[in-house]
Design a binder for this molecule. Structure first.
Ligand code: AVJ
Length: 318
């Protein structure tokens, strides 16, 4: 059944999509990667030999998880932003002192169910409570944090360098807003991919098997399924470029020939050479983290990297 609310949400989303596609240069938000197929493709990306961040963060937690856990308060409520296999959170929960509960937060009910299943299998005695919510909107997520704050010390965990999808200024604003919804003493553990040789960064986002290209093009297929658009995904070339000035990998979909595409009631015309910017994945240094939290209630209280120095966990305290 389609409710009025569904239609309203659909038209809001369609309006956002059209605003982005009509911008110069055209853009599409990374969230359009993640329908069921896109989530499966991302899962495949994490296993590619070229895509090192997932393995690097797991290795970091295997090597330094106990040290990190020793810096977290006893009896803490672990709130994880985004949910998957609970594999990373488990490497913190195992050495943590008497965690009060584990609270994965995600918009996807399917992702949450999988996280809960995995966490309960690993820690049968642990209180595991999923929260279906978006954390991208700091105000909405702040309302959830207001509810979660108080009974036990809070530890937020945001893994995978997903913060890197925000523009730098938006990330800083988001951090400041979250700080307004958590008590003093709250810890925030941030998993961040570090700046490194351009070759390795580009290869991680342009793998030889073409999985990332399929993941990128699936955003267009997703728009076709969701809004009845008529993108021809195969006619868009996957591009991953290092933007040195902004220290980020950008993903684009580019067309070599003119194309006309219908989205909703709109007719969009693309010229040969036009691109759609689909994702920015910002990379980090310790100095960039200091800039991120400058003038905010957060301060940097710990920093660990994996043995190769590819990935970091930054521990912030409010
Ligand atoms: C899920 C945002 C962390 O930026 O590395 C992987 C997404 N895009 N390959 C990242 C992604 C292309 C990923 N994050």
């Amino acid at each position: 059944m389609t409710t009025t609310r569904d239609r309203t949400r659909c038209s809001d989303e369609l309006r956002d999509v059209l605003t982005g596609l009509r911008a110069d240069p055209p853009r599409l938000a990374p969230r359009w990667f993640y329908d069921d197929l896109g989530s499966a493709l991302y899962e495949a990306i994490t296993r590619l030999p070229e895509y090192y961040p997932t393995r690097a963060e797991l290795e970091l937690l295997r090597v330094h998880g106990a040290e990190i856990a020793a810096r977290l308060p006893r009896g803490a409520r672990l709130v994880e932003l985004g949910s998957g296999s609970a594999e990373k959170a488990s490497l913190l929960l195992a050495p943590m002192a008497a965690p009060e509960s584990y609270r994965p937060v995600d918009v996807s009910a399917a992702a949450l169910a999988e996280t809960v299943r995995a966490a309960r299998a690993r820690f049968p005695a642990l209180d595991v409570r999923p929260h279906r919510a978006s954390f991208a909107d700091a105000r909405a997520f702040g309302a959830l944090l207001d509810e979660l704050a108080g009974d036990a010390p809070l530890v937020l965990y945001f893994s995978g360098s997903t913060l890197g999808n925000f523009e730098r200024a938006a990330a800083a604003a988001w951090m400041r807003e979250l700080a307004q919804h958590v008590p003093a003493g709250t810890r925030f553990l941030l998993g961040l991919d570090l700046v490194k040789a351009e070759r390795r960064l580009v290869d991680a986002y342009d793998d030889g098997t073409g999985v990332t290209a399929a993941f990128n093009r699936n955003a267009l297929a997703h728009l076709n399924r969701r809004f009845g658009a008529d993108f021809a995904p195969a006619r868009w070339r996957h591009e991953a470029v290092w933007n040195a000035e902004r220290q980020r990998i950008e993903m684009w979909l580019r067309t070599d020939a003119p194309q006309v595409v219908h989205v909703g009631d709109e007719r969009l015309v693309f010229d040969a050479g036009d691109g759609i910017h689909t994702e920015s994945s910002h990379k980090w240094t310790r100095a960039a983290v200091e800039r991120l939290i400058e003038g905010s209630p957060w301060r940097l209280d710990g920093w660990w990297t994996d043995p190769r120095g590819d990935f970091a966990e930054a521990l912030l305290v409010r």
